[in-house]
Ligand binder design. Structure first.
Ligand SMILES: NC(=O)C1=CN([C@@H]2O[C@H](COP(=O)(O)OP(=O)(O)OC[C@H]3O[C@@H](n4cnc5c(N)ncnc54)[C@H](O)[C@@H]3O)[C@@H](O)[C@H]2O)C=CC1
Ligand SMILES: O=C(O)/C=C/C=C(\O)C(=O)O
Length: 494
């Protein structure tokens, strides 16, 4: 089947990248468009032997020219990578659009934009990263000075998901390289393209062979597992589903490897009656339906103070029904497809379950009918439910689709308890014009991130990560530099 949103010519075939060379394995899997099910390209799946070569080349590269570069030289390489992404911006946009079906506008202003920003930010931050020093005098009168130095951990395994492919991959690659590590990355099997372009860019930017390696494939019994289970990996960073994080953590425990996890969420938006009503409606539309709900930060639980509940539900319904679901280049398109038909089956199973659990369907709940090739794709309607108890599975489990449940609440204490009654604790957004309430509620929510009167507004220097089953550790700014460094103390008797 032809495709109006093909991969750029540079990605006719998707190979692994190991020790500075693009490697074919001949064991192929298809990269499929979620717009119409067309095959975009064939991908060479890495086997255990190639994973071993990738890790060994990454280990060897630590002792090559990369290992002897100054911080400023490494930062300059990261800036060159950012320059190279900018030169090939349109190809990166095309790759993200082809793999995910998202709007060109989103790929330009969020995905690829952040890909560049991740490299620039960590190039800047690593140049000004400092250490600690302490002077002390012992009981026996010796003067001692302690100071810290940052060393790379070594080889970092980076496993990334399909929902924001380039953004989330580079969010980890940039600081890992800034700190002097070498990396082996395994992007999602659903979105192999922008990672392959990134490998081309690394080549162009003069990153020495072995410093950046790319393996294509799946998780279990494939590239993901071969990589995370490799004994020469020094640390693992992962973004994806909580249950996958748990599996990887068990593997990491065998070798006592450091891990950093950004996992799932069942995030809440809390709308108080004193909120700027229109801003809150627009904000919740964004937080529930951006990227077809496929952002770990999306709000799937919306709590609205009772005096404005009916009005809010009606306003959200009107706006959700007006969302334009369609092609990546349609003017004003708001939502593309889900990532795959497999994921659509999962989301639709929740649409069905919600009704079985007694939900009132406010809007959506099904699949849009286009009457064209898109009926072979992975589209679903934006969906809103009300009427479920907080114990319902649809209110507790992450759907990862364009859906939210809206429930009324009466008091601040009550809503804080209900938001916190979740196995997850990634993000929340609070909508209020009361400064006091904004502070008081935000600091009592058990989440890694709370936005007030906004959502997904990111300063890359801030700590990013989740509480409870939403993650382990923090990345962002100094937190990334700390995770990707072995911080060593040197103690000198003067
Ligand atoms: N950021 C988030 O919160 C995300 C949540 N999801 C949710 O997870 C569900 C499953 O989607 P998946 O793509 O299968 O997510 P996943 O968490 O299984 O996959 C994410 C990455 O981990 C890799 N992986 C999977 N199993 C692995 C293993 N045992 N060892 C090493 N690597 C492994 C995958 O190949 C992929 O690169 C989705 O339906 C969605 O609900 C998916 C992606 C991101
Ligand atoms: O770093 C960001 O700005 C976005 C992060 C989003 C995720 O981690 C996710 O959706 O999985």
């Amino acid at each position: 089947m032809n495709h109006r949103f093909p991969l750029p010519d540079s990605l006719a075939e998707l190979r692994n990248y190991v020790n500075g060379e693009f490697v074919a394995t001949g064991k192929l899997f298809a990269n499929v468009s979620p717009i119409n099910g067309a095959v975009l390209a064939q991908v060479h799946e890495a086997d255990a032997a190639l994973a071993d070569r990738a890790v060994k080349s990454a280990k060897a590269a630590l002792d090559g020219p990369w290992g002897s570069m100054s911080v400023a030289e490494r930062a300059a390489v990261l800036d060159k990578v950012a320059d190279a992404i900018e030169r090939r911006y349109d190809e990166f946009v095309a790759a993200e659009v082809a793999d995910t079906g998202r709007s060109i506008e989103q790929a330009r202003t969020l995905d690829v934009y952040r890909g560049v920003a991740n490299f620039r930010t960590f190039a800047d931050l690593v140049k000004v990263a400092g250490g600690e020093t302490y002077d002390m005098r012992t009981a026996s009168g010796h003067d001692v000075m302690n100071y810290t130095v940052r060393k790379p951990h070594g080889v970092i395994a980076i496993i990334s998901p399909w929902n924001l492919p380039l953004l989330l991959l580079t969010w980890k690659v940039a600081p890992a390289l800034a700190c002097g590590n070498t990396v082996v990355v395994k992007p999602s099997e659903e979105t192999p393209s922008s990672a392959t372009l990134l490998a081309q860019v690394m080549d162009e930017a003069g990153v020495p062979p072995g410093v950046f390696n790319l393996l294509h494939g799946f998780g279990p019994d494939s590239a993901g597992e071969f990589l995370t289970g490799h004994p020469d990996i020094d640390a693992i960073t992962f973004t994806g589903e909580s249950s996958t994080g748990s599996t990887i953590m068990k593997v990491a425990a065998e070798g006592v490897k450091e891990v950093s996890f950004e996992l799932g969420g069942k995030n809440a938006a809390v709308v108080f009656a004193d909120a700027d009503f229109d801003a809150a409606v627009a904000g919740v539309i964004r937080s529930s339906f951006t990227n077809s709900g496929q952002v770990c930060l999306c709000s799937e639980r919306v709590y609205v103070e009772r005096p404005i509940f009916d009005r809010f539900v009606a306003a959200l319904k009107e706006k959700a029904e007006a969302l334009k679901v369609g092609y990546p280049d349609e003017p004003g398109v708001d939502m593309g497809p889900l990532i795959s038909k497999g994921h659509r089956d999962k989301v639709l199973s929740y649409y069905k379950l919600a009704l079985e659990e007694g939900a009132t369907l406010v809007c959506g709940g099904g699949v849009p009918a286009f009457g064209d090739e898109r009926d072979e794709g992975a589209f679903v309607q934006p969906t809103i439910w009300t009427g479920l108890p907080d114990t319902a599975r649809c209110v507790r489990e992450e759907v990862f689709g364009p859906v939210c449940h809206i429930a009324p609440f009466d008091t601040d204490e009550e809503v804080i308890a209900r938001v916190n009654d979740s196995p997850y604790g990634l993000a929340a957004s609070v909508w209020t014009t009361s400064l006091k309430r904004a502070h008081n509620v935000s600091r009592r929510l058990r989440t890694g991130i709370t936005w007030v009167n906004t959502w997904f507004l990111r300063d890359l220097r801030t700590p990013f990560g989740g509480a409870k089953q939403s993650g382990l550790g923090r990345e962002g700014g100094q937190y990334s530099l700390d995770f990707y460094s072995e911080i060593s103390n040197i103690s000198i008797q003067l």
